[in-house]
Design a protein around this ligand. Structure first.
Ligand code: PGA
Length: 252
């Protein structure tokens, strides 16, 4: 059975002290919450990963990275490799976030290299994708999403999908307060599963967790998560407040 996942993408927020405080607060908020078939994930910045791992040692919160470079090592000033992440105990990395695509020119070609490098280094991948507003307005959103999946993931062998979590994040809903309706999320997630089923097989399509991301808040999480093909969320803004994030975890 595929897992439910609530993942907090902290983006470029939180100093070391703020990281420790937020983790402490989260642990308090989540105490006693029964996580049935559910993973809770946080993605602090690179510099705070080790402290976050330390701070979550004795509970179920998993710490993941927000990005990595595709090269093994070398002259890439300012970058972080998969092996470096593994060496501090990171097991999962977010790749393809729309902010990386938009501000750091991450193309499908670059993302293909990143996904390959992550999997080769035994890192699981939370792969993000989603259409822009103009794609949805021109009713091209299904084509765009299909192409994003195909261009980056569809050369992978079947068994690679054991290590991949998908995160559908319509760009127009990220950080805008404008969320996709639960029905829009369900419609796209079901399309994604159908696409996976056609390319691979139905069993694989049913086994992959597909998260929705884009202005998920305590007041809309339950409805979005209630949809059969929505297996959780990738949460930005609301993951920075312990009460909001834990309310979203409880909604799963
Ligand atoms: P948001 O961000 O929840 O602030 O819209 C989601 C994301 O970027 O993953």
């Amino acid at each position: 059975m595929r897992k439910n996942i609530v993942a907090g993408n902290w983006k470029m927020n939180n100093s070391l002290n703020q990281t420790k405080t937020l983790i402490g607060d989260l642990i308090v908020e989540l105490k006693g919450v029964e996580l049935v078939n559910t993973r809770v994930i946080i993605a602090p910045s690179f510099v705070n990963l080790q402290e976050a791992i330390k701070g979550t040692e004795n509970n179920e919160i998993e710490v993941v990275a927000q990005n990595m470079h595709y090269a093994e090592n070398g002259a890439y000033t300012g970058e972080v490799s998969a092996e470096m992440l593994s060496s501090i105990g990171i097991k999962t990395v977010i790749l393809g976030h729309s902010e990386r695509r938009a501000y750091f020119n991450e193309t499908d070609e670059i993302l293909t290299q990143k996904v390959t490098a992550a999997l080769a280094n035994n890192l699981d991948v939370i792969f993000c994708f989603g259409e822009q507003l103009e794609d949805r307005e021109s009713e091209n959103h299904f084509n765009i999403v299909e192409a994003q999946l195909k261009n980056v993931l569809f050369e992978l062998p079947t068994n690679a999908f054991k290590n991949i979590i998908l995160a559908y994040e319509p760009v127009w809903a990220i950080g805008t307060g404008k969320t996709a309706s639960a029905d829009q999320a369900q419609e796209m997630h079901s399309f994604i599963r159908k696409t996976l089923s056609e390319k691979y097989n139905a069993e694989l399509a049913e086994s992959v967790s597909i998260l929705y991301g884009g202005s998920v808040k305590p007041n809309n999480a339950e409805e979005i998560f209630s949809k059969p093909d929505v297996d959780g969320g990738l949460i930005g803004g609301a993951s920075l407040k312990a009460k909001d994030f834990s309310a979203i975890v409880k909604a799963i």
